[in-house]
Design a protein around this ligand. Sequence first.
Ligand code: MG
Length: 425
Amino acid sequence: MTELRAGGATDTGLVRDHNEDRYLADERLFAVADGVGGHKAGEVASQTAVETLQRAFTEPTTDALVDAVKTANRTVWDLAESNSDQRGMGTTLTAIALVDGGDEDRLAIVNVGDSRAYLLQQGQLEQLTEDHSLVEQLVRDGQLTPAEAQVHPQRSIITRALGLDPEVEVDSWELTPYKGDRLLLCSDGLTNEVSDEEIATTLRTVSDPEEAAQQLVNEAREHGGSDNITCVVVDVVDDDNRAEHASAILSAEPPPPPGRAQAATLQPTDDDAAGAGARATMAPPRAEPPAAPAARPRRFTWRVLAFILAVVVVIGLAFVAVGWYARHTYFVGLDNGQVAIFKGRPGGLLWFQPTLDQRTALAEKDVPPARLPDVKAGQEEATRAEAQRYVNALRQESAAQTSTTTTTAVAPPAPAPAAPAPSTP
Ligand code: MG
């Protein structure tokens, strides 16, 4: 049984006069919503989104969570359409839910807008979500560096939000929760003020989730608190001992890539009544074709297992092939001053060392000098019979050489049994 423990904190900040952020920290469902819109419509949007999400999330699956976000979108949209004061209101929504992944519990993460979800795992902080914001789009297009985006005056313009359109594209991910993992949901009031390094330090050092959330809010206030600030910290306190079984595999895996947002031509919405200082919203053009479902990179699934298995099989086959090649050839070499036939490759191949197959009666000193370098290096032959033939040839050449040496002082360059004695001028 996966067990989670969570704590949240929210604050108006030092500049705004009311708080349009909302959060939810239920037993299995956690969310942060950052509302947008004038005449307090922003807080109506965020409140409506969080309440609808909680009500509509009735089945513990990722698809149900995505559907609940779409229901929340529709509810905010309908409310905005039916009330002129609230027309154009919208909200971000980032949520985490414990879902049923078949044989194990999973965490589903969904996102619309520029609130964020982070994962702190083994001390390393990783942003799980991708911002749907103008500056993020410019960074992706290579027109801004991440550092420039961090201080860009239009950094709070979002390109996707709940309530701006009857349909919404929802990014979603799944990951396997491991004991000791810590997740953070937060609005941009935190991330625009506090760096990822500072966030990581606080998450690493403050153990109680509620105190950690409050501490992060305090840091955003200390850095200026120019926006509403909201944080929810979720700790995985029990995981059925999955961490012990799978941490090795997990640590070998790359972090999940965020779902790619669709590149849309940006158009301002008809409402920009948020007023000076408040964030504006931009939405994709309404004529856009229906968005493709967001990709769901999984941290550890049967696909990964199948991949690992395939790699193991390929390595095994390569091992067998190399072994076969290394062990099924022969060479003629020297063993303690005697010509010998070895099984294997001269000098060995990888960890396959040659073995002595047969020592012959032919001594090194009897090997014809022209052949000696080959024999010393190891004369390779495909089969034992060929190696045997080579040894026989050596023996014959040696005998011929011995007989010619006894009749003449000059050894023939290519010894042959029937070589005639050279005539001396
Ligand atoms: Mg905000």
